[in-house]
Design a protein around this ligand. Structure first.
Ligand code: MG
Length: 386
């Protein structure tokens, strides 16, 4: 029996992890989970899966769970997330499906108790990649990607020598606005942005796909995860989302991983790799129905956020943190309909070029430094735009 400690159970990835547990109740048990603000869904999960430990963001929600399910241990806040990540159980697997920079510390807690981390939380690597990967090496644990692109590369590299890799190519669907010109982006609404052509995902990541920030984060994640220089990481627009990424070797052989766009596949592969055992959850790919696959250049003029991500990683240190925090706040403001779609990139650009953050880039990168820059960026932006 594999016991899962699931950070972010009520989100899109979290719900799909629960689907996998439902399919294989003889293999998996939900031992601990955290949730954000969806108390009703959390109560349903407790009822159905009978975990040992539940963590809420708010103490009030934790108390509500305790009063309805007295046998369940409850926790809350950041400390609670660390409790979920380190929860004592048999054969634990920690899945980090949190959204945002809040995902970094529980990843580190899991690593420090010697646990592999099954990672869907992008910010863990975007803002803390350098520290997280060094720590994973120190404690001899693996970081296994759940993101579809990184899962594809992870599968393609399996058994191959990383030295033989000429480049990896990350595919991008182009998001909700791929057929809309920059001029027309001025008038797009929140509803338009949330309507992704290929994937069903949470709101934050759907917006990040539309701005292409998501792809930018994925380049940064790949850089740390596979220990590849940015010169070996490229990107391409592939509108069908059938090829989830490619690896090109030095001899010119190029490999692609193809499957239907269903996040349950990368989740399953992460938890069960290197097995490709049957699942009835994922629909098989019908190539005749797909017919054609298309590839186009991804232009940095059309998608400046991708350029900002490359700039941030090239500068290193706290710049990816600035990029991420500014984007997170800006997307939040857009979802609250306080700013326009194009304001998101304007805010990110302003933050990256704000000289007040430059002093933080001096000296070693540390977690407290990441956290203070993260907070400072948020305060700066909210003071100006809210
Ligand atoms: Mg992805």
């Amino acid at each position: 029996m594999i016991e899962l400690c699931l950070l972010g159970a009520t989100g899109s990835i979290g719900s799909q992890v629960l689907d996998l547990i439902r399919e294989k109740r003889d293999v998996y048990r939900l031992a601990a989970f955290s949730f954000g603000h969806n108390i009703n869904k959390a109560l349903e999960i407790v009822e159905e899966f009978e975990p040992d430990l539940v963590c809420a963001v708010e103490e009030l929600d934790a108390n509500r769970i305790k009063s309805e399910f007295p046998k369940v241990d409850v926790a809350f806040g950041n400390k609670g997330l660390q409790q979920v990540a380190t929860h004592n159980c048999l054969c634990p697997k920690v899945i980090n499906a949190l959204v945002g920079s809040v995902g970094l510390t529980p990843t580190l807690s899991a690593i420090e108790v010697g646990r592999d981390v099954y990672l869907a939380n992008k910010e863990t690597l975007v803002i803390g990649g350098e520290i997280v990967m060094a720590k994973a090496k120190e404690f001899g644990v693996k970081i296994i990607p759940i993101d579809s692109e990184h899962s594809a590369i992870f599968q393609l590299l399996n058994g191959n020598d990383i030295e033989d890799v000429d480049r990896i190519i990350i595919t991008a669907s182009g998001g909700s606005f791929r057929d809309i010109s920059r001029e027309d982006l001025i008038k797009v609404t929140k509803e338009d942005a949330l309507n992704h052509p290929n994937w069903t995902m949470g709101a934050k990541i759907t917006i990040d796909s539309a701005t292409m920030m998501n792809k930018g984060f994925e380049l940064i994640e790949a850089h740390y995860l596979f220990d590849l220089p940015m010169s070996k990481i490229s990107y391409i627009l592939h509108r069908e989302s059938i090829i989830h990424s490619l690896v090109e070797f030095k001899d010119g052989s190029m490999f692609a991983q193809m499957a239907t766009s269903d996040m349950r596949l990368p989740i399953k592969y992460a938890l069960e790799y290197p097995s490709h055992s049957y699942t009835e959850m994922v629909e098989k790919l019908d190539l005749v129905k797909v017919g054609c696959l298309h590839f186009e250049e991804l232009s940095l003029e059309r998608y400046p956020m991708l350029g900002f991500a490359i700039e941030a990683i090239n500068k290193g240190s706290v710049y990816p943190t600035i990029l991420n925090a500014a984007n997170e706040v800006a997307v939040g403001l857009f979802l609250e309909e306080k700013i326009s779609f194009l304001d998101i990139e304007k805010i990110v650009k302003e933050a990256l070029n704000n000289p007040i953050f430059d002093k933080f880039a001096l000296g070693d990168l540390t977690i407290p430094k990441i956290m203070s820059v993260d907070e400072l960026v948020r305060i700066q932006i909210l003071t100006k735009y809210r």
